[in-house]
Design a protein around this ligand. Structure first.
Ligand SMILES: [Zn+2]
Length: 60
């Protein structure tokens, strides 16, 4: 299962659960000087359906 996380700055990453946690933690440190915990990532991540079909997008 793929997960997707979008940062408040608009940066987005996808990957496995452990991958997106590691990726956004590195992003938070380098771009925002902020330590992001795995719990914070779990609060904002979304599952990405397999395949390439475009889905509905929620407005922000
Ligand atoms: Zn960011």
């Amino acid at each position: 299962m793929l997960m997707e996380v979008t940062c408040r700055c608009g940066w987005t990453t996808r990957g496995s659960k452990s991958e997106v946690i590691a990726s956004i933690q590195a992003h938070g440190r380098s771009e925002h000087q902020q330590q992001i915990t795995p719990a914070q990532v779990r609060a904002i991540w979304r599952t990405v359906a397999n395949g390439t079909k475009a889905g509905h997008r929620n407005g922000g």
